[in-house]
Design a protein around this ligand. Sequence first.
Ligand code: PMP
Length: 432
Amino acid sequence: SMLSPKTREMISKREKYLGGAYRLFYRKPINIVRGEGDYLWDDEGNKYLDMYNNVAGVGHCNPAVVNAVTEQMKTLNTHTRYLHEKILDYSEELLALMPDEINKIMYMCTGSEANDLALRVAEAYTGGTGIIITQEAYHGTSALTSGCSPSLGAGQPLLPNVRLITAPDYYRHGGTPEEFTAWYASEMQKTIDELNEAGYKFSCFLADSIFSSDGIYPDPVGFLKATVDVVHKNGGVFIADEVQPGFARTGQAFFGFARHGIVPDMITMGKPMGNGIPISGLAAKEDVLAAFSDKLPYFNTFGGNPVSIAAAQAVLKYIKDENLQEHCKKAGAALLKALKEVQKRHPESVGDVRGAGLFLGFEFVKNDGNKTPDKDMALNVIEMLRDEHILTSVIGHYGNILKLRPPMVFSENDIDWFATSLDKCITKLENK
Ligand code: PMP
């Protein structure tokens, strides 16, 4: 076998002890033992460039976060039923980064819990149950959110009150920004009409504003505003799932929705919020949240605990002190430029390269003039990149798009490593 004895042993123990629903990355799985910045090391001392992990936004094992967590863990860790100053300070600081209308926040441990609560709040506020999500969305692990996660595949039926809106694939749809904007807004109206015809009163549109699982569709900037206007005109609320685009990554704004000039009714966030310490949040307009909290208490044992908040505070401070939003913009633009050069050298395999800040998609298509997705090419490329010690993965309905989303501390010095390796892999596959 091409696998080392140690790797084979670990895989067999995994199969023996862990539930079967877990999935490993790579045909040759990697035993990662250490991380720092945007690098990871395996058990043989090999150094990898992490082009994928958006949880470690401020870098793997960021010392400021490690220190804040350690100090708080040594001092106290309780919950939200006692007064604690850190949660108040952090909430004030985080809400200041959101539109003025969003003035309340609640804390959980996972993005799934944030979305789950947001859906319940939306129902309480609108009196409707009809939910609209995008075609390849992923929103979480709970019964409610996995029923809103078509990306889980055929084994996971959607809730009966869920309808899908097509992904805003500007690469395939084309047109002027105005035409595209109007088209997507009309798709929203059509989808709301479908819900109404099926007897479900419209409640909400839950979407990731950069459409991470659908294939990364950041352009044209601002197109989503008209769609959200349609949501509001029909009495629904817009929940911005910022689990992936949030916390400065897109460069243009601290939150992804802000690129579109939107004021959401609710914002959910997670992943990079605590740089790996579990913490997530649901921020909302006061009257929207009140529809739920006037009726029900909410207690999440670990949600908003002092240790998680300490991590989140350190993350926010680091993003601000190091001006990471500006860095994402600059490094992201440089990476995009380098990838467009790779595309130019491989017009027969690469259909589109797009992105906002350090959130990029690199799309493989067949050379048939029809932009036919090339899944095999994408899968082979990520396996070959792995052998070049570069980590990433694929997304989209056809799995033909490389998802490039390194820790935000990604250095422009590593662009060459990535672009050269990518070019080499594509060349090899084209000459096969
Ligand atoms: N929403 C989006 C857009 C996500 O990408 C994810 C996680 N991949 C979630 C929600 C769920 O977050 P968690 O895994 O923390 O529950």
